[in-house]
Design a protein. Structure first.
Length: 984
C-alpha cells in the first residue's frame, strides 16, 4: 500500500453519526442499562417533524409517500415496531432487505447491543405514530444492514449494499426512489478522498433517478472549518447538516456550501424495545441528535416533493429537480462561525411552491363553541372567538404551538365579553394558565398576523396547599409526576407542583392511560395493584387509580414496594433493581427499589421470572414463596404457580423446600426443577442447588450428570451429585434417581443406613434401599456401595451378557465387565450372579479366621465370622483359602461330576460339574476351543504352577457348558455326595 494511503487509513473507519458529545447517546448504548437509557431520553419531547409542514402535506394535499420505497443503509430496522408496520416482508411496510455484516442473511433486524440508529432514522422518514409521526407516513422501507451488533461497519459492506440497490430498484411493489446513509468517516473535505470506493455505485444510482441523502458529519466542534465527511463529500449525493430548535446550524454539524440544513437536535423517533421498557412490545420512542437525524428529514421531504411534482403533472422528477426546489424555497441562515449563509429547508414553502394553497373563505365572526374541555388540540383562525367550558375546578392551560413564528395577543373574556386581566402578549411557545371552576365558560381570541394558530387546551389539574388532584382525559393519557423535583407532565403539558401536598390523587379515565411516578430521596413504601398505585411517606400520601400502565422509580436507598396480581393470568419479570408485573388490562413497573414483594394470590395461572445479577446471588424457595437476593436488592414472590429463576454470572446458590404433598425434583447441571401439586420452581445456571424434603408426602429426586466427570453420593438421608462446576444436594427424599448419560467418567457412591439395607448392582444400574429410602443410579461407569453404618446389609451383584469377573473378599466385593464396575464393601452378605451370558469367572477369598466353603454345581459359598459371599452361575470359580485359620471345604456333586485332585498337592482340588441339558448352548468349535483356553489360562494363573495338575486332562473331559470350580489352600475337604475320584 502507498504510504499516503496508510496515513489516510484512519479516515476510512466507519462511524454511525449519532449525536453531539453532550448527549447521553454518545456513550456506547450497550453500556447503558435499558431503563436508565429510557429515563434519560424521556426528558426530550421535541418531535422529529415540523407539524405545519406535515399537516399541510397530509391534510391539505394528501401527500403521504404512498407508492415509493426508501432504502435505509444503516444498522438495520426494528421492523416489528408498531409505527413502522409491525413486520417484515411484502405484506408489511419494511418490504425487504439484507444483512451485509458477518451474519450475511436476509434478516436486517436492528439488533442489540449497538442498535437503535437505523430504527430511529426510519421513524423520522415514515413513522405513522399519531404522537411521533414521520414525514411520509405511508412510504415503504428497505433495510440494508451494514453495521453489526457491536456497531462496527465496513466500506465493502456499504459498496455491496449500493450494488444491491441498483439491482433491486424495481423489485418491489413500489419502486425505490430514495436512499439514506446516516453514516460517515472521520474524513473532512469538500472533495472525494483518494481511497473512496463508492463513487461508481453512487453515480449509477443518481443517474437512475434516486435521491441520495447523506449525513454531513458531527465533528465540527473538534475541527471548526468547512468540509464534509465521506460519503457526504461525494458530488453524487445530497449532504445534510443539522439545525437546532432556534433554526441555527448545530454546533456539532459539519458545514459546506452544498448542504441542506434540517432539524437534527432532540429528535424523537422510533426505538427498538430493548432500549426502553423491554416489555416485549416494540412501540417505544427515544430522542437523540445529530446530522444522522437531519439526513432522513431531507429524505422524507424528497419523497413528498417527488409525490407533489407527480401530482402537479410534471414529467421530469430527478434528484437535481428535488434539490433545487428544496434549496430555492429554503430560509437563508447565517453561521457566525464560518461567516457564511446556508439553506435551512422550509418544507411548507417547498410544498406550496409546487402545489399552492388556495385562499379559504373568511370565517364568520362568531363564537365557535369547543365544548367541555379536559384536553383538546385545535387549530384556531386569527381574530375569531372561541368558547370552552371547564370540566374540572383548577387550572386551565392554553398553549400556543411552539413553531408559531409571529407574535400577537391572546384575549380572554368572560361570558359577558369583558376582557379578563389574564389576557397577554404571546410569542412562540407561550402559555396561559387560568384558575377556573367546573362548569365555568371562557371565551378567548387569538389576535395574530398568522392565518391560523395551533393551540392546546388542558383542564386536568386541581391544586391546593393540602391536596392535588390530577385527572386523565377521555383519550390515551401519559401522566408523569416527579416528586423529587415537583414537576408534573400531563400529556406533554408541564406544571410545577408547589411544595409537596400531603394528599396527591391521580385519576385515570377512559383510553389507554400510563402513569409514571418518581419518588423522593426519603424512605417510601409503595404498593401497586392492577387498578391502583399507593405511595406512603412521612410527608405525603399518594393514590392513583384507573391507569392501564404504571411506572414507579425509587430515588432513595431503602424503598420497599408490593406488587399485587389480578384474578387472571399474571406474569412477573424481575431483574436486579427493576420489576414488571402484567396481566389482563394492566402493566406495573418499578425500578430502583431495595425490596420488592410480588403477590399473585388473586387467582389465575401466575408465572414469575426472576433474573440474577452478574455477581453471586442467593435464592431461597418455599412451595408458594421465594426470595432472590441479588446485587443489593431483594425480590420476594408469593403465591405464583410457576417461578423461573435465571442465574447470570458469579457463583449462584439456591435452597428449595418441598410441600406436604408429593413432590418431584429434577436436578441437572444446566437447570433444576422442584414441582408439587400446585407450584413449580425452576432454576437455570445455578452452580449450587440444595433441596429439602421435610414437609411430608412421597417425594422423588432425579439427579443428572454433566458432560464432564461427575460424582454421585447417595445416603439414606441425603444425596448429592457434583462436578467441577456445579453441585446439587437433595435431602430427605423417599426415592433418589441418579442418571449418567451426558459423558465423562462418572462415579456413584451408595452408602447404607444404620438399619439393614440391600444393594443391587447391575451392569446398567444399581440400587441401595432400606427403611425410608431408595437410591437408584443408572449409567455410571463405576458404582461403589459401602455398608458401615450398622444393620445386617446384603449386596447382590449381577453380570452382563458379556464376559464378567467377580471378586469376593470378606471386606469387599467387585463385579466388573467391559463397560461397568460395581463395588460393594462392608456388607454381611454378598451374592454374585454370572449367568447372564459370556464367559464369566468368579474368585472367592477367605478371611484370617476359620472359614467354610460350600460347593455345588452352580454355586460356591464362602462364609466366616461376620460375612458370607457366594458366586452363582459362573463358568469358572476359583476359591482361595490362604489368609489363615482352619478352613474347610464341603463339596456337593452328582455322579456325572468329576473331582480332580493331586496327592502331591494336599490342599488343591478341582471339580467339573456337568451341565444340564437345559443349559447347553449352541457353540461353534472355535468358540468352544476359545473358552477352554480361557479356562486353562485362568487356572494356571490361579494356582501359579503348570505342574500342579495336568490341565489338559481336566479340560479335555469338559463341555464348554460345564462349570469348573477350583479351590486350594483349604485345610480339609469333605465330599458330601457320590464321589468318582480321578487321581492325576
Amino acid at each position: 500500500m502507498d504510504p499516503s494511503e496508510l496515513r489516510l487509513d484512519k479516515y476510512r473507519r466507519l462511524s454511525i453519526e449519532l449525536c453531539e458529545s453532550r448527549y447521553v447517546l454518545t456513550h456506547p448504548i450497550a453500556e447503558i442499562p435499558a431503563m436508565e437509557l429510557s429515563t434519560a431520553m424521556v426528558e426530550a419531547q421535541v418531535d422529529s417533524i415540523e407539524s405545519p409542514a406535515r399537516q399541510l402535506a397530509q391534510n391539505t394535499f394528501g401527500l403521504t409517500g404512498n407508492g415509493q420505497t426508501v432504502v435505509i443503509i444503516d444498522s438495520g430496522i426494528a421492523y416489528d415496531h408498531s409505527a413502522l408496520g409491525g413486520g417484515f416482508g411484502p405484506q408489511y411496510r419494511v418490504v425487504g432487505g439484507w444483512d451485509f455484516t458477518e451474519e450475511n442473511d436476509a434478516d436486517p433486524y436492528d439488533d442489540a447491543p449497538a442498535g437503535l440508529h437505523g430504527t430511529h432514522v426510519a421513524g423520522i422518514i415514515g413513522s405513522n405514530d399519531e404522537q411521533h409521526p414521520g414525514l411520509a407516513t405511508d412510504v415503504d422501507f428497505v433495510a440494508l444492514r451494514v453495521f453489526n451488533d457491536q456497531g462496527k461497519g465496513d466500506f465493502e459492506w456499504i459498496e455491496e449494499a449500493l450494488q444491491w440497490v441498483e439491482t433491486n430498484i424495481d423489485t418491489f411493489e413500489h419502486p425505490i426512489t430514495t436512499v439514506n446513509l446516516s453514516l460517515g468517516t472521520k474524513w473532512k473535505g469538500d472533495d472525494v478522498p483518494q481511497w473512496a470506493i463508492l463513487e461508481d455505485e453512487l453515480l449509477a444510482l443518481r443517474e437512475a433517478g434516486l435521491f441520495i441523502t447523506v449525513a454531513a458529519g458531527n465533528n465540527f466542534e473538534k475541527e471548526p472549518t468547512t468540509g464534509l465527511s465521506y460519503p457526504a463529500a461525494s458530488p453524487h449525493v445530497i449532504p445534510v447538516a443539522s439545525h437546532d430548535a432556534n433554526g441555527l446550524v448545530s454546533e456539532f454539524s459539519r458545514r459546506s456550501e452544498r448542504v441542506l440544513v434540517a432539524p437534527g437536535e432532540d429528535i424523537t423517533s422510533t426505538s427498538p424495545d430493548y432500549l426502553y421498557d423491554f416489555n416485549g412490545i416494540t412501540d417505544d420512542f427515544l430522542a437523540t441528535s445529530g446530522t444522522s437525524m437531519a439526513a432522513p428529514y431531507i429524505a422524507g421531504a424528497s419523497v413528498l416533493i417527488r409525490e407533489a411534482i407527480e401530482i402537479s403533472g410534471q414529467d421530469a422528477v430527478g434528484p437535481a429537480e428535488i434539490y433545487n426546489i428544496l434549496a430555492s424555497t429554503a430560509t437563508s441562515v447565517f453561521d457566525p462561525v464560518t461567516n457564511a449563509h446556508y439553506h435551512r429547508v422550509d418544507l411548507q414553502a417547498a410544498l406550496t411552491s409546487v402545489l399552492p394553497v388556495e385562499l379559504q373563505t373568511r370565517l364568520q365572526q362568531s363564537v365557535t363553541d369547543l365544548g367541555s374541555v379536559e384536553q383538546l388540540e385545535a387549530s384556531t383562525a386569527a381574530d375569531r372567538l372561541y368558547g370552552i367550558t371547564a370540566t374540572h375546578s383548577g387550572t386551565l392551560t392554553l398553549e400556543i404551538h411552539p413553531d408559531l413564528i409571529s407574535t400577537g395577543r391572546i384575549l380572554v373574556y368572560d361570558t359577558n365579553r369583558v376582557e379578563l386581566p389574564e389576557s397577554r402578549i404571546l410569542r412562540r411557545g407561550n402559555r396561559l394558565d387560568l384558575e377556573v371552576t367546573a362548569g365555568e365558560q371562557i371565551i378567548f381570541e387569538i389576535a395574530s398576523s398568522s392565518a391560523s394558530t395551533r393551540i392546546r387546551l388542558t383542564n386536568l389539574i386541581q391544586q391546593t396547599e393540602e391536596a392535588i388532584h390530577i385527572f386523565g382525559s377521555e383519550g390515551d393519557d401519559d401522566i408523569r409526576l416527579k416528586l423529587n423535583t415537583g414537576k408534573l407532565l400531563i400529556n406533554g403539558v408541564s406544571y410545577s407542583v408547589a411544595g409537596l401536598p400531603s394528599q396527591i390523587t391521580i385519576h385515570g379515565s377512559s383510553g389507554t392511560d400510563a402513569f409514571r411516578l418518581w419518588l423522593t430521596p426519603d424512605q417510601e413504601n409503595v404498593s401497586l395493584t392492577p387498578d391502583q398505585v399507593r405511595a406512603v411517606a412521612d410527608e405525603y400520601q399518594l393514590t392513583s387509580h384507573g391507569f392501564e400502565s404504571n411506572y414507579v422509580y425509587a430515588i432513595g436507598q431503602g424503598d420497599e414496594t408490593i406488587l399485587e396480581g389480578s384474578s387472571g393470568k399474571d406474569r412477573l419479570t424481575s431483574l436486579p433493581h427493576y420489576s414488571l408485573i402484567s396481566g389482563p388490562g394492566y402493566s406495573n413497573y418499578v425500578q430502583g427499589f431495595a425490596s420488592v414483594i410480588a403477590d399473585g394470590n388473586q387467582g389465575g395461572e401466575d408465572e414469575a421470572r426472576l433474573y440474577g445479577s452478574h455477581g453471586d446471588d442467593q435464592f431461597t424457595g418455599q412451595p408458594h414463596e421465594g426470595t432472590l437476593i441479588s446485587n443489593g436488592s431483594r425480590t420476594t414472590v408469593q403465591n405464583f404457580d410457576r417461578v423461573r429463576i435465571q442465574g447470570r454470572g458469579g457463583i449462584d446458590r439456591a435452597t428449595l423446600h418441598d410441600s406436604a404433598d408429593n413432590n418431584h425434583f429434577f436436578g441437572l447441571s444446566e437447570y433444576s426443577l422442584l414441582r408439587g401439586k400446585d407450584f413449580e420452581q425452576y432454576l437455570a445456571d445455578f452452580e449450587d442447588v440444595r433441596v429439602y424434603s421435610t414437609a411430608g408426602g412421597s417425594d422423588v429426586a432425579r439427579l443428572y450428570d454433566s458432560a464432564s466427570d461427575d460424582t454421585f453420593v447417595g445416603l439414606s438421608d441425603y444425596s448429592l451429585i457434583e462436578s467441577k462446576t456445579h453441585r446439587i444436594y437433595a435431602n430427605g427424599f423417599d426415592k433418589v434417581r441418579a442418571v449418567s448419560s451426558q459423558g465423562g467418567t462418572d462415579t456413584a457412591r451408595l452408602i447404607d443406613s444404620p438399619t439393614s439395607d440391600e444393594f443391587f448392582g447391575l451392569p446398567t444400574y444399581a440400587v441401595m434401599r432400606g427403611s425410608g429410602f431408595d437410591n437408584y443410579v443408572e449409567g455410571f461407569a463405576k458404582v461403589k456401595a459401602h455398608a458401615f453404618r450398622g444393620g445386617q446389609d446384603r449386596a447382590r451383584l449381577y453380570g452382563s451378557p458379556g464376559n464378567d469377573v467377580f471378586y469376593a473378599l470378606p471386606e469387599y466385593s467387585l463385579m466388573f465387565g467391559a463397560t461397568y464396575s460395581n463395588y460393594a464393601a462392608g456388607f454381611e452378605v454378598v451374592q454374585g450372579f454370572g449367568h447372564q451370558g459370556g464367559y464369566d469367572e468368579a474368585r472367592l477369598f477367605d478371611s484370617a479366621g476359620n472359614d467354610v466353603l460350600s460347593l455345588s454345581s452352580h454355586q460356591g459359598t464362602m462364609s466366616g465370622a461376620g460375612y458370607t459371599t457366594s458366586a452363582t452361575g459362573f463358568n469358572t470359580l476359583f476359591v482361595q483359602a490362604q489368609r489363615g485359620g482352619d478352613d474347610r471345604a464341603m463339596i456337593h456333586r452328582r455322579s456325572a461330576d468329576v473331582l480332580f485332585s493331586n496327592p502331591s498337592l494336599r490342599d488343591f482340588m478341582a471339580i467339573a460339574y456337568q451341565s444340564d441339558s437345559s443349559e447347553t448352548r449352541s457353540l461353534t468349535n472355535a468358540l468352544r476351543a476359545r473358552e477352554n483356553e480361557q479356562r486353562r489360562a485362568s487356572l494356571r494363573s490361579a494356582i501359579q504352577s503348570d505342574n500342579a495338575i495336568d490341565i489338559d486332562t481336566l479340560f479335555n473331559s469338559l463341555d464348554p457348558d460345564d462349570h469348573v470350580i477350583v479351590s486350594f489352600g483349604f485345610d480339609r475337604f469333605e465330599d458330601l455326595s457320590f464321589v468318582r475320584n480321578e487321581t492325576v
